[in-house]
Design a protein around this ligand. Structure first.
Ligand code: SF4
Length: 253
């Protein structure tokens, strides 16, 4: 059954009806109740082969020394390794369940995040929360972090040296969290995490791998982009279904 909350979340994503997965419907084919025009949209990932398709495997990151959560958070809050520290109100370390199986990685703090010290707040954050809710993942159940911990001025793209400094913190977080799956949200997150210049449109719909443990990575659009381009919400929903399919295909720990 689809709960009222999930219906509300799906509505926020622009998806009309959510069909519970059954052996017969265990794929990402758009529900029959969707508009006929949906058939002309981008093809969803192929369910039967999806878990076997691996596109990009990120280089094994080395985090030396590995810091515990509290030491790492303290280190980040005092970091002046790149110029972004000059304009920040505060660092945005990350938030959520430190035992989470799902890790959501975004780009960098925006104005609201910089003010509140938390990733994905404001309208884009609300949409991300709805996206996760539609998937049956309450936000407190996942962990959310960004590639950068400080806000770039005017929300410009991160510079390579900023990523190079800051990703060590993210790698440390990944090592501590040891998530079962990573959802890379947006082009900047996906390309930097996977060390590729491949456009996001080509990264979507594939199972990538991160690090020596080959943590599965699935790529989708950034909610801020979806707010500007609501017509893409349906593709984002297909990405989430694909991510869940990859997650469910993982062997138990
Ligand atoms: S963006 Fe990262 S590396 Fe740069 S000052 Fe902030 S915490 Fe340090």
């Amino acid at each position: 059954m689809v709960s009222a909350r999930q219906k509300a979340c799906l509505a926020a994503m622009g998806v009309d009806v959510w069909l519970r997965r059954t052996p017969e419907t265990d794929d990402v084919t758009p529900p029959r109740t969707r508009r006929a025009s949906a058939a002309s949209e981008a093809k969803p990932p192929q369910a039967e082969t999806a878990p076997a398709r691996r596109a990009t495997a990120a280089v094994l990151p080395s985090v030396q020394p590995l810091l515990d959560w509290e030491t790492l958070a303290t280190r980040v809050s005092a970091c002046t390794a790149c110029e972004l520290h000059q304009g920040r109100t505060q660092t945005v370390f990350g938030t959520g369940n430190r035992n989470a199986e799902w890790l959501i990685i975004g780009e960098a703090p925006g104005a609201e995040e910089d003010k509140r010290g938390e990733p994905f707040v404001g309208r884009a954050g609300q949409l991300l929360t709805s996206m996760l809710g539609a998937l049956g993942l309450p936000r407190p159940q996942v962990y959310i972090a960004n590639i950068l911990k400080c806000r770039p001025p005017s929300n410009r793209d991160p510079k390579p040296d900023e990523v190079a400094f800051c990703e060590q913190y993210l790698f440390n977080q990944i090592a501590l969290l040891n998530p079962r799956i990573i959802l890379a949200v947006g082009r900047i997150a996906a390309q930097n995490l996977l060390k590729t210049q491949t456009p996001i449109g080509k990264l979507r719909g594939h199972r990538h791998a991160f690090g020596g443990q080959e943590i599965p990575v699935v790529v989708t659009y950034h909610p801020a982009y979806l707010l500007r381009s609501p017509g893409e919400k349906r593709r984002a929903w297909e990405d989430l279904l694909f991510a869940r399919q990859v997650f469910e295909s993982l062997p138990p720990r």
